[in-house]
Structure formats: structure tokens, C-alpha cells
Ligand binder design. Sequence first.
Ligand code: ADP
Length: 207
Amino acid sequence: MVRVIMLSPPGAGKGTHSKWLAQRTGAEHISSGELLRAEQANGSDLGQQVAAYTARGDLVPDELIFSILVPIVVAAVRNTGGYVLDGFPRTMPQALRAAEIGVELGLTSNAVIYLSAPEEELVSRLLDRAQLEGRADDTLEVIRHRLVVFAEETAPLVDYYRGRGILLELSTDRPEADVQADLRDWLETRELIPPAAGESQAAEATG
Ligand code: ADP
């Protein structure tokens, strides 16, 4: 079963690709951003604390992220056998601590997918999304800041996971179906997902 971390700058498609992957595998999709937005929407004290960071495009403190996410990841593994982590870990301290907890609890990640696209493409996708979703942090100024935060805090994770031999890097500056096909093939090769039903017949039929 997949226990995968989706790693990408804002706008590169981690939400989109996490969703189909979770559907395809039955692993639970866990989006840290969505969990934080739900917390803000219910107006709790915790939600108000969170909003102070997310509105500026800054990262929420690690303690807070771990207190929200760890129980959810543990439950996901118990209920579905896997997870698709969308937006976590996002800093080296988060990655190191997540790895420790993973070893302790037997739920270590087996794949990390790094999605990338040119910066101007990311900005334009996020501005388009702002029209549709109206997220408070999808303004040009906050988007630029989130990209800087990604470069400083999150980009170092790419080398860390490459060193662990579980990294797949994919450009998403191309049709979504092509990205999906590459991701699916890589996971199938690693036997993290079974071949899709009918796929081999389709391949035979087309020769
Ligand atoms: P995006 O990748 O488009 O920035 P997300 O929905 O993943 O969007 O995250 C939105 C915001 O939630 C981030 O800008 C940050 O403030 C906060 N956030 C999400 N995940 C984390 C995390 N793992 N650590 C700290 N803050 C986070």
C-alpha cells in the first residue's frame, strides 16, 4: 500500500495528484492545508492562531502541525493501510521528526513525489485558482512569499529524500494525464500500486 509524501511548491499540482492517487489506491488523502483551513473555518482558538500564519503565507509552527496531523496519520494507516500526505512534511525538522515517528509506529513513507513547474506558471495557476476558490492566501503578494518560504524551508527536503532513494521528480508543466501516467508507472514498477484492471488487455489490443 502507498505511504506517499507529495512534495511541491504551491500550484504545482500536489492536491490534484493526491486526490486521484488516494482514490486509485484506497489510501487516505491527508491535506495539511485543508485541515488547517477547516480549523480556521470553525473559528476555534486554534483556528485563529493558525490564520495568523496562513494569511501571511508563513508556515504554522511545527508543534501545532504535529498535534493536528499525527493522530490523523495514525488513524489513516489503521483504517486504510496507507496515506497520501499532501503538504506535510514541509520543513527539515518536520521531515526528521516524521521519519522518527514513522519508525516508532511502523508507518514509514515508501515514496516521495516531487512535483515542479516554472515559477511564473505556478503564479499564474494560483491566480486562476483564486478566481475559483477565493482562498485568502492566493493574492499575488502572499503567493510570492509562499514561493520564497518553499525555496527556503521545503526545497531542502528534495535532497534529503533523494538520499533515501524514495524520490520521484516530475515536471507538471505538461498535460495532467501525462504526469498521472508517469506517476502511475513509477508506483507500479515499485509494486506500490497494482496494475490497473484491463490495462494489460488494452496494451495487447493496441499491440
Ligand atoms: P500551498 O501548497 O498552495 O501553499 P497548502 O494548502 O498546502 O497550500 O497550505 C496552505 C498553508 O497552510 C501554508 O501556506 C502554511 O501556512 C500552512 N501549512 C500547510 N501545511 C503546513 C505544514 N506542514 N507546516 C506548516 N504550515 C503548513
